[in-house]
Write a protein that binds this ligand. Structure first.
Ligand SMILES: [Zn+2]
Length: 64
């Protein structure tokens, strides 16, 4: 198992322990994923939230 730098805590540099992923849909009613991690050193709680805002791409480019 490789621990990458991205697992470091912003506060203390400790290792973040992955807690789990949650469907954003269950919590907020929108599509996406929420990932929770907790620092093993300072107990910082980290939450990653995807932001799939799905900006509606303007079809074509006839916007003049
Ligand atoms: Zn920490």
């Amino acid at each position: 198992m490789v621990v990458k730098d991205r697992d470091g805590c912003w506060w203390c540099g400790g290792q973040l322990i992955w807690q789990g992923d949650h469907d954003k849909e269950d919590v907020m009613g929108v599509e996406g994923i929420i990932t929770h991690l907790v620092c093993s050193s300072c107990d910082a709680f980290v939450e990653y939230t995807s932001t799939d805002e799905e900006e509606e791409e303007e079809e074509g480019s006839n916007k003049k």
